[in-house]
Design a binder for this molecule. Sequence first.
Ligand code: FAD
Length: 596
Amino acid sequence: MATLTENQQVLKGGAFIIQRSLAEDTYTPSDITEEQAMFRESCREFVDKRVLPQVDAIDNKGYAIVVGLLEEAGELGLLGATLPEAYGGMGVSINTETMLSEEIGKSYSFGVAVAAHTGIGTLPVLYFGTEAQKAKYLPGMASGKLKASYCLTEPGSGSDALAAKTRADLNAEGTHYLLNGQKMWITNSGFADLFIVFAKIDGDKFTGFIVDGGTPGITLGAEEDKMGIKGSSTRQVFFENAAVPVENVLGEIGQGHKIAFNVLNIGRYKLCAMVTGGSKAACTAAVRYANERYQFGVPIASFGAIRHKMAEMACRIYAAESATYRTSGLIHQMITALEETGKPRYLAKLEAAEEYSIECAMLKVFGSEVLDYVVDEAVQIYGGMGFSEESPVARAYRDARINRIFEGTNEINRLLSVGMLLKKAMKGQLNLLGAATAVQQELMGMPDMSSPEGVLGLEKRTVEHAKKAVLMVAGAAAQTFMAKLEKEQEIMMNLADMLMEVFVCESTVLRTEKLIQAKGEAACSDQIDMTRVYLEEASYRIHQAGKSAICGFAEGDMLRMMLLGLKRYTKTEPYNTIAARRRIADRLTEANQYCY
Ligand SMILES: Cc1cc2nc3c(=O)[nH]c(=O)nc-3n(C[C@H](O)[C@H](O)[C@H](O)COP(=O)(O)OP(=O)(O)OC[C@H]3O[C@@H](n4cnc5c(N)ncnc54)[C@H](O)[C@@H]3O)c2cc1C
């Protein structure tokens, strides 16, 4: 892990939009140590040898296989990797967790079972449980003996989770809460030994509970007939006077929202790591097929149309991975800083993940949409075979879709990312107003005509300019709508897209710059190509989103001035993306896989 350069503070959540970052402070996949790589190898071997040969059987209602594999994963330390050693875990860092998540992300439905168990199932106990609760449950969760699920969603409350109707009432003896209600879409519910349940005490105090699976009064609906992740158990869970001991209340009464929402931050960033792994696997399958499949006497990998698709997949995956590892590194730095003040790691992690909740929300959206792009184009490269269940990409295509829906839909996460940024500004934690005003003043002056220096000089300027575009549009939108901006959802969506692209672009440039510093420019030509192609396309998208937003609220002189400003801040120098994509595609086809 790179240490911070002198006098550099850990970049705060959301601060990337007003501050510069240094490549040497940025965590990237090249920083993975030998020891971490060995752990990754054992995880990869488990996925390749134990899980992937069974995917058909798993998807054919093979929930029992999932249960067995979860226990095997537990024995290998994969379920308790991040849990403290005192509870049977391995206490690995969040950066190791990122790397492992990428590997597990290649395992289709099984990956969903692992994520639900280790994330939303286990973390509420780790973060909010009492010592007694942790001692009782965490060792079993680490070993896989106890399999967990998380019951928040109800038929009437999905995105609006706090509108849940499930209630909890204390019995006359004061020993148990009686749970009554219905939960829906509960992952791992068919075999869970433990349910983390959210219910309202007396109908109004939203509270978390740890509920043993065998509690009388709990019944399950049938397995849902889903579009994808068919081997992931998903059922409704019904509670009818299910008696839960008072000592199983999780956290404080009435504070369940803190549990429900905080564990989602980690879940969202981890989802991005997982879908990046899934994207790499789908890209590899597509490249191999393109090399093997001949039409018109040549491999389809030689056609420009197909080369474009393969290269574009690689660029987007590279970008998603750069943003994921950068965020992982930021969270890690903050955890370390908080641990130095005496905070136990689990609390430090909770606080750090909350600090970077904007980045986590953006990653969730970005990663899941990259995966959807990749699997869609993978199916296209397979042609008719892509539409056959015999091809690996058909499953990947169906399984990918859920990622835009759970862990907060992408609409909700887009709203959250911008909403949280604006809140930080209003609380005085981020000087967005000052930065936006400086941009407005700059727009009155002459543009800087100098040519930036260095290999990625132009790209760094593109990122700086893109940040100014976001500040200009967000600042004007905030001035126009004031507190009502959050109700202007179309504009919020545009701002979210701009913000996310800027974060991803900067992360990509920082990663490549760091690689150049370590290996020299000549050794990084592909990465430079991928960075340039990504930035070129992202600049169009930022421009498009910005224009849509501006036209939604500005008129007359203001409209004209802002459109000119947007053009100035999203302009890129002419660049031959066709030639660059050809070079990237050449490398992919030579390697016969995703190779970055
Ligand atoms: C396979 C699967 C597994 C799941 N696993 C779990 C689990 O283990 N535990 C659990 O608790 N839940 C789980 N869920 C539930 C999941 O988290 C919800 O489906 C999700 O949060 C969306 O809620 P909803 O389905 O009720 O959709 P809705 O909230 O009804 O949303 C429908 C549409 O409206 C949009 N929308 C809603 N509100 C707004 C708004 N304010 N502004 C703009 N657009 C809005 C949404 O983005 C979406 O496009 C799972 C779901 C599935 C399908």
